[in-house]
Design a protein. Structure first.
Length: 138
């Protein structure tokens, strides 16, 4: 008979082969229910709509960034062309410098987002291709 200390060491070093090693990831999943299968069929039917949502979001972002850029550029030109007091003009130009810096930062961030969205679209296409081998993806 093993001592308690030896049993503890065996557990610690996983020496006892009679013990079933289980982790969080090794648990068996329950079989799919009819509701799960129906949900899969419904989701496969709306896959194209989900894909289109991802594409439209990227286009809307690009349009918004270009509109904001145009607004900032126009506002800057209006300030430089205005006939206001020189002191106000200098203060306005200083404020526009901050706005332009923020615009550049926003454009950089938007470019990064668009890059990731393109990657996401490519991954979505790969998923569609993989699923369409086994299911009718619409």
């Amino acid at each position: 008979m093993k001592s308690k200390l030896q049993t503890l060491r065996d557990l610690l070093y996983e020496r006892d082969m009679n013990l079933k090693k289980e982790t969080v990831f090794s648990e068996k999943e329950p079989p799919l229910s009819i509701e799960d299968k129906k949900a899969l069929a419904e989701n496969l039917g709306t896959f194209s709509a989900m894909e289109e949502t991802l594409r439209a979001r990227g286009q809307r972002l690009e349009e918004a960034v270009s509109k904001i850029t145009k607004m900032v550029e126009t506002a800057g030109r209006m300030i430089s062309e205005s006939d206001d007091d020189m002191v106000e003009k200098v203060a306005a130009k200083r404020h526009m410098e901050y706005v332009n810096k923020a615009l550049v930062e926003m454009q950089k961030c938007a470019n990064e987002v668009m890059i990731y969205e393109r990657r996401m679209e490519a991954a979505c296409s790969d998923i569609r291709e993989g699923l369409s081998k086994y299911y009718d993806v619409r």
